[in-house]
Design a protein around this ligand. Structure first.
Ligand SMILES: Nc1ncnc2c1ncn2[C@@H]1O[C@H](COP(=O)(O)OP(=O)(O)O)[C@@H](O)[C@H]1O
Ligand SMILES: [Mg+2]
Length: 365
């Protein structure tokens, strides 16, 4: 059988560049070479696309080596090609795995380019990716489909800068302290702070406003952090949930990637009825956002009364071999490289399903 040519895009113009390198390293190692020709595609922090290295070179150099040459993906729907800008042979691609977290990668932008190029790709499309990245729009959709969640207020950076008193008053009257302040579009806890009083709130809003033009403030939820993996396209399934025990006050960037003492408990110890609700909510959230392929759906389970509140959907969750997403599937009997096979197949299925739709209108339709 002919091998599929799989482009693995990693790095990216995002605060989560390094996280992406780690995820991509695991994926480049695990992709079955009997089935796939693997083409690493780096995007550096300046947003330049780079190709030309063997996966083994990329792995040895931990991402970007001097041998990589600038390239561009030409969005030609008749033939998906990556073209080296300095001359040389173009790479054709059968499917792409955009292992990019955060802005310019997990947010629908790269997905849009891949749509224009008519290449199947792993994960959600433009809409699901964009909504999954935007905490404000995501929460509004959760509310619309009846998913339980904490209270929140949304502001623009302009509102905060022009009338800080009214922003502070809305938070203090509506949510109180402590509260969580976040840029609407980020990930890996970048720009997120817990505010315990007015001074803290002002500082947290200033920080969040550095990262985005829209800000969200949430009531504090005293909850256990429970995560579920969802896999599929139009008929998604949810794994058993796992629990994160952050090593810091909350699951901030350091607790995620630097301190390394946060624990994953798989499966989470929860009453059966709670597990059932969480899995049902996870699939509902996946469908509501029009996700595809994969997503990790994160919840809080209240320490007070055991109630379940949804926190967020991650459309390209951390994907190292020790990350929650693949580990939850591993615990359900799908090993890491088999999971990659399934995701690639889902990408191809979705592409075929999408291409069944007509793009032109005929008057007699
Ligand atoms: N409303 C909240 N109440 C309590 N903890 C929160 C709340 N929102 C976020 N957190 C903490 O901050 C972490 C990061 O927030 P999250 O919204 O998941 O952002 P990211 O998209 O960066 O992962 C969470 O995993 C949790 O530890
Ligand atoms: Mg999170």
């Amino acid at each position: 059988m002919k091998k599929l040519r799989v482009g693995v895009i990693f790095g990216g113009r995002s605060g989560e560049h390094e996280v992406s390198l780690n995820s991509a390293n695991s994926i480049l190692t695990a992709l079955d070479r009997e089935k796939y020709d693997v083409i690493p595609i780096g995007i550096n922090k300046a947003g330049r696309w780079l190709i030309g290295a063997e996966p083994s070179q990329v792995l040895a150099e931990g991402g970007f080596g001097p041998q990589l040459i600038p390239a561009a993906l030409i969005p030609d729907p008749s033939e998906a090609r990556l073209v080296p800008l300095a001359g040389g042979e173009a790479n054709s691609l059968d499917v792409v795995f955009p292992v990019l977290h955060g802005t310019y990668g997990e947010d629908g932008t790269v997905q849009g380019l891949l749509e224009l190029a008519n290449i199947p790709y792993v994960g959600s499309g433009v809409l699901g990716s964009a909504v999954g990245m935007d905490k404000i729009v995501m929460k509004r959709i959760f509310a619309q489909v009846g998913l339980p969640q904490g209270r929140f207020s949304a502001f623009t950076r302009k509102q905060w800068e022009s009338s800080p008193e009214s922003v502070l008053a809305e938070v203090e009257n509506g949510l109180g302290y402590p509260c969580f302040v976040k840029p609407a579009n980020m990930g890996s806890s970048v720009g997120i702070n817990k505010a315990r009083d007015r001074d803290g709130l002002v500082r947290a809003l200033q920080v969040a406003a550095k990262y985005d033009r829209r800000l969200v403030v949430e009531e504090f939820i005293d909850g256990r952090e429970i995560e579920v993996s969802v896999l599929g396209n139009d008929e998604p399934v949810a794994s058993l949930p796992g629990e994160i025990i952050p090593c810091n006050d909350f699951y901030d960037y350091k607790a995620k990637y630097v301190d390394g003492d946060s624990a994953l408990i798989i499966p989470a110890e929860l009453p059966d009825s709670t597990v059932a609700s969480i899995r049902r909510y996870a699939v509902r959230a996946f469908a509501a956002l029009d996700c595809a392929g994969l997503a990790r759906v994160d919840f809080f389970v209240s320490r007070k009364d055991g109630s379940v509140l949804i926190n967020e959907v991650n459309t390209m969750p951390g994907f190292t071999s020790i990350s929650m997403y693949p580990k939850l599937w591993d615990a359900s009997g799908i090993a890491y490289s088999e999971l990659l096979d399934k995701l690639i197949q889902l990408a191809i299925d979705r592409h075929l399903e999408k291409n069944r739709s007509k793009t032109t209108y005929e008057l007699d339709d």
